[in-house]
Design a protein around this ligand. Structure first.
Ligand code: ZN
Ligand code: ZN
Length: 360
């Protein structure tokens, strides 16, 4: 064997030895990284990294249909030292934590309507609010008619768990008064087209009716420092939404792709899942297509359009891009199909910046 061949053989044996060693000791190596990862997770605060302004934090861009990459509907807004959460679908609390947002810092959770995909992450969020903040008062929940009944039911369901946790950790770590949710209901008065839900520290939140019957549903407009975000909630194409979105910097709109939905519906029927097929047919009349969302954005003259609550689910890379393409046929501004972990920042004074903050 030539000398250079021998050197290569020794190098290869060395590399193989290192790889084998790393494999055998992988558990030990991972354990040594835990301290660094845990410290980073506990010390990093998303809010501390953002400039003064209005920030849309996408803590759940999914729908009721199963998708491991998307939590249920959730949008957090950071502005003026406040943390407001709009809807809390399944996985919202986990996604917020993985983005460096401490649920203990939440001021209020607003519900757009009482479909379960918009609130089935509430109980974990209330637990995290209590546990991570040693909260002395329950998590504030503001929603349409029925919100008090929902909160009372969840509080009752989690009462045994709350008792165990206070008993185990003590009342200083888990103050009994901080468990669960406190509810406030609102209704847009007859004859009015909106209601102010919050006006504090320069942050203003209004709610206005949208079209999602039989659910009583609203969208939201959030304003701070001359910047504005409008959130559709769940709705069919809505004139009320277009009116309230006028001139907003960012419109966060739900989207259902009729073309993709038809494909999934057909395959459900062909697989003998007639009930799934019927549900996929029925949802068409109370959601908005990407083309319609684009038309609303165009009519309202918003600065940018962020699509969320994507229906059906998008398990194949590139599929979400079809939502953007369809919305661009009707809207001339920037369009993005959002992912969990994305943040759109509207700094005081102008501009728009997108970033991504999912840590794991
Ligand atoms: Zn809904
Ligand atoms: Zn929904």
């Amino acid at each position: 064997m030539k000398r250079s061949g021998l050197v290569w053989l020794i190098v290869l044996i060395g590399i193989a030895g290192l790889v084998a060693g790393a494999y055998v000791f992988r558990g030990e190596l991972a354990t040594r990284l835990v301290e660094r990862v845990a410290a980073r997770g506990l010390q990093q605060s998303l809010a501390a990294q953002l400039p003064d302004g209005l920030h849309a934090v996408f803590c759940g861009t999914g729908s009721p249909l199963p998708d491991r990459s998307r939590a249920g509907p959730c949008l957090a807004v950071i502005a003026g030292g406040q943390l407001l959460v709009f809807d809390a679908g399944e996985g919202a609390a986990e996604t917020l934590s993985l983005m460096g947002v401490n649920p203990g810092d939440i001021n209020v959770v607003f519900l757009s309507h009482l479909h379960s995909d918009h609130f089935d992450g509430l109980a974990p969020l209330a637990l995290q609010h209590w546990a991570t903040g040693a909260a002395e008062a329950p998590l504030r929940l503001v929603g349409p008619t029925g919100t008090a009944r929902l909160a009372a039911g969840l509080n009752e369901a989690y009462a045994i768990d709350a008792g165990y946790r206070t008993a185990h950790h003590g009342p200083e770590v888990m103050p009994p008064a901080g468990a669960g949710l406190s509810a406030e209901e609102f209704a847009v008065p007859a004859g009015a087209d909106a209601i102010v839900l919050r006006d504090e520290g320069g942050v203003r939140v209004i709610a206005f009716p949208v079209q999602h019957a039989p659910a009583e549903a609203v969208g939201f407009r959030i304003e701070y420092a001359g910047r504005s975000i409008v959130v559709s909630g769940d709705t069919a194409r809505s004139d009320s939404l277009a009116r309230h979105a006028r001139g907003a910097d960012l419109l966060v709109h739900e989207a259902l792709s009729p073309r993709l939905n038809a494909i999934v519906q057909r395959s459900a029927v062909e697989s003998g899942r007639a009930n799934v097929g019927a549900i996929l047919h029925d949802i068409l009349d109370y959601h908005t297509s990407p083309e319609e969302a684009g038309a609303v954005a165009q009519e309202a003259g918003v600065g940018a359009l962020a699509l969320t609550h994507l229906l059906p689910q998008t398990p194949i890379p590139g599929l979400a891009a079809t939502f953007e393409r369809d919305a661009r046929t009707t809207f001339g501004g920037p369009v993005w199909a959002m992912r969990d972990g994305d943040v759109i920042s509207l700094p005081r004074g102008g501009g728009l910046r997108r970033s991504h903050h999912l840590r794991f």
